[in-house]
Ligand binder design. Structure first.
Ligand code: CAO
Length: 425
């Protein structure tokens, strides 16, 4: 048995943010039925295509373990099917542009009337207010949520991060909202609306930067490199390069081979508790007792010198050796792993976080499995569905349509053309 067995999700999501949410729910055992526009489906199926004729990795890596049906929800017949789906599902998830669901004729009031137990979960770019009607993609969310203004180096332009905190991050927030609402429904018997705005999700992940904004009003941020460099602070949390976000100063330091390998670096944290071990390791035992270096507070104006000295040691060995030496000593470090190294990482494969999946059209491909491990709910990562692969199965088995009725719906154009069954089998 899986954790969400018996929970049925009407998955009206597309692109990245919504699909990451419903994929998590599918991995936890929910029956996720992805509703897609006939003929084209989720736009990501055809984006960044690497194998002509096959759904892109963009799509296949975000839609594992789901079923797909083709349905034009704007035709009368399509609306009839959608209404039956709303009746029989526990959760409806969508991340259309603001107002799209309403234009389709399915605002919350209608959805709730059709099924008072349903949970309607939505992702939008912004919450209520000035920008609520705007469309938003990942990098916009990173910019308006405070990530870009605080990422990068002080003397450079704002930078967005490769971690998709706007899309996948908000999907994760929404998934938590959904299971929380399902839990509340156990007590009340009622569904509810769950909303997650991408700006809010990014800001939630940038919480420590809003912390620093307030600390700044009381004085300089002494753990930021610019403090030691004597560069005055302006009135907003600055970009802090690779400075550690917490009270334990850290930096990215060169390791052996950095001249040719763009990832021959290690993140090194000078945690107070490990200071004596660090001093011994880098050949500066005198720093343990020297009052200019002995305490974290005394070191703050000297971080550039401290890290340059540590780097003259890390430069002599490779990043994995740094980790092997430092870990037993309790010194927190981390090698900068490339995507190539991550793809080949035996530990990640053993834990099921990096998985190989067989797709009926594209063949074997690599994906990121479920990053959350439940001891009593095993995850079996299955390939993403082909467009409309389960249209007839869902209509007949779940909604009880007869073959004649399905035929009528297909002729109306609400279900698209005949699915490519050969490819699916
Ligand atoms: N049947 C009938 N119509 C369908 C349909 C279906 N099965 N699926 C989608 N549509 C229609 C929608 O109803 C909408 O029609 P209207 O414009 O007439 O209302 C239309 O398709 C386009 O939907 P959209 O506006 O959501 O898509 P878009 O490509 O224009 O915008 C995006 C994409 C992501 C910018 C927008 O959906 C959005 O802002 N979503 C909220 C924020 C979000 O999730 N962003 C992250 C995306 S991942 O980077």
């Amino acid at each position: 048995m899986t954790a969400l067995e018996g929970v049925r999700i009407l998955d009206f999501t597309h692109v990245q943010s919504g699909p990451t949410c419903t994929q998590l729910l599918a991995w936890f055992g929910a029956d996720v039925i992805k509703v897609e526009r006939p003929g084209s489906g989720d736009a990501t199926r055809a984006q960044l295509v690497d194998i002509p004729g096959a759904d892109s990795l963009y799509f296949t890596m975000l839609n594992h373990n789901k079923r797909s049906i083709e349905l034009d929800a704007k035709t009368p017949e399509g609306k009839e099917v959608l209404t039956r789906l709303i009746e029989s599902c526990d959760v409806m998830v969508e991340n259309f542009a603001p107002g799209a669901l309403e234009r389709m004729g399915f605002p919350w009031e209608v959805v709730q009337t059709i099924n008072p137990r349903i949970i309607l979960a939505s992702i939008k770019g912004f919450g209520p207010g000035r920008y609520e009607a705007c469309k938003v993609y990942e990098n916009v969310a990173q910019c308006v949520g405070g990530a870009a203004s605080t990422t990068g180096f002080r003397d450079g332009i704002p930078v967005v991060t490769g971690a998709q905190i706007g899309d996948s991050g908000t999907g994760l927030h929404l998934a938590l909202g959904i299971v929380t609402a399902l839990y509340q429904r156990e007590q009340t018997g009622r569904g509810q609306r769950v909303s997650a705005a991408m700006q809010d999700g990014v800001l939630n992940l940038c919480r420590v930067k809003l912390r620093d904004q307030q600390r700044l009003q009381k004085g300089p941020l002494r753990e930021y490199s610019q403090f030691g460099e004597g560069v005055p602070f302006a009135d907003a949390t600055p970009r802090a390069g690779n400075d550690s976000g917490g009270g334990q100063p850290g930096r990215i330091l060169r390791c052996k081979g950095w001249e040719d390998d763009p990832n021959a670096y290690v993140y090194f944290i000078t945690q107070g508790a490990a200071w004596s071990k660090i001093c011994a390791l880098i050949g500066r035992p005198d720093w343990q007792s020297d009052p200019r270096y002995a305490t974290p507070e005394a070191r703050l104006p000297r971080l550039n010198e401290v890290f340059a000295t540590i780097e003259s040691w890390t430069e002599t060995i490779d990043k994995f050796t740094v980790m092997e030496i430092c870990n037993p000593l309790g010194i927190p470090v981390g090698p900068i792993l490339s995507m190539k190294e991550i793809a080949e990482d035996e530990g990640l494969r053993a834990s099921g976080t990096v998985v190989e999946v067989d797709h009926p059209v594209r063949g074997r491909h690599l994906t990121v499995g479920c990053p959350i491990k439940l001891s009593d709910s095993a995850v079996d990562v299955r390939p993403a569905p082909l467009l409309g692969q389960h249209t007839e199965e869902v209509l007949s088995q779940l909604l009880g349509y007869s073959a004649d009725e399905v035929d009528r719906l297909r002729r109306s154009g609400a279900l698209g053309g005949v699915p490519d069954r050969a490819a699916a089998e």
